[in-house]
Write a protein that binds this ligand. Structure first.
Ligand code: ADP
Ligand code: ADP
Length: 229
């Protein structure tokens, strides 16, 4: 479970990116966070994986308050969190296989174990045939599949998605959302997606929070949000 309690973040005096955010995200959920540009979505997601420290408040993941951990403890906790991005953030000088291997290299996973994990993940994301290609040889959708593979190869409990479908055409968006749904169900990974695209929330999220000027103005199940009274 992920709980945010009274989380606020000010970058400098006067720039209050988040104001008293309270959120509970359950294990196994697909949770959407939607809002306009500048609303505070990226700041919120960066506070969940502690790339930013909140100015005040608590970020509790599986019972531990992330804001109380030292830098080295945080590094260990981050292994349980994968992240995917709008522009994929792949290493252009490395192959698909090597990009996926990157986090495993960092964690010192033995080569044989790496190979097994990467082979399984390549299969899951449908890129077995592309393992020796470079990012420049792939379509946008394929690049995001590599991004997803790299994010989940170290068996995280949580996957954070920062506008991961925003740079893709509608058909590709559908296939990436199907893959994320698959990962959520098969691997029991909790997914938190930030987006400005309501269709994305509508098609895969269980619950959604709407953020505006650093405040959560509404939180509800997606079913309730789209069912008129
Ligand atoms: P969103 O992801 O919804 O577009 P952000 O979280 O990026 O919103 O930004 C929220 C607010 O915080 C904006 O006013 C933005 O200008 C400001 N902001 C974001 N990052 C920084 C930063 N590193 N330094 C100063 N202000 C920032
Ligand atoms: P062995 O099977 O003899 O242990 P390797 O592990 O070096 O040999 O490589 C054989 C297979 O392992 C490759 O066909 C591929 O599936 C995978 N592999 C290992 N490292 C890489 C890499 N850097 N790029 C692509 N595939 C790799």
């Amino acid at each position: 479970m992920i709980e945010l309690k009274h989380v606020s973040k000010s970058y400098t005096a006067g720039v209050d990116a988040l104001k008293d955010i309270n959120l509970t995200i359950n294990d196994g959920e697909i949770f959407g966070i939607i809002g306009q540009s500048g609303a505070g979505k990226s700041t919120l997601i960066r506070c969940i994986n502690m790339l930013e420290r909140p100015t005040s408040g608590e970020v509790i993941i599986n019972g531990k308050d992330m804001t109380k951990l030292s830098t080295s403890e945080l590094r260990a906790e981050r292994r349980h969190i994968g992240m995917i991005f709008q522009h994929f953030n792949l290493l252009s000088s490395r192959t698909v296989y090597e990009n996926i291997a990157f986090p495993l290299e960092l964690y010192g996973t033995p080569k044989e174990e790496q190979k097994k994990k990467i082979t399984d993940i390549l299969e899951l994301v449908g890129l077995t045939e592309y393992k020796d290609k470079y990012p420049s040889q792939l379509s946008g959708g394929q690049k995001q599949r590599v991004g997803i593979a790299r994010a989940i190869v170290s068996d995280p409990d949580i996957l954070l998605s920062d506008e991961a479908t925003s740079a893709l055409d509608p058909e590709t968006v559908k296939s990436i959302l199907n893959l994320l749904k698959d990962i959520n169900r098969k691997l029991h990974i909790t997914i938190i997606m930030i987006t400005h695209q309501m269709e994305v929330i509508k098609s895969i999220a269980d619950r959604v929070a709407i953020i505006e000027h650093g405040h959560i103005i509404e939180q509800s199940s997606v079913l309730d949000l789209f069912t008129s009274p």
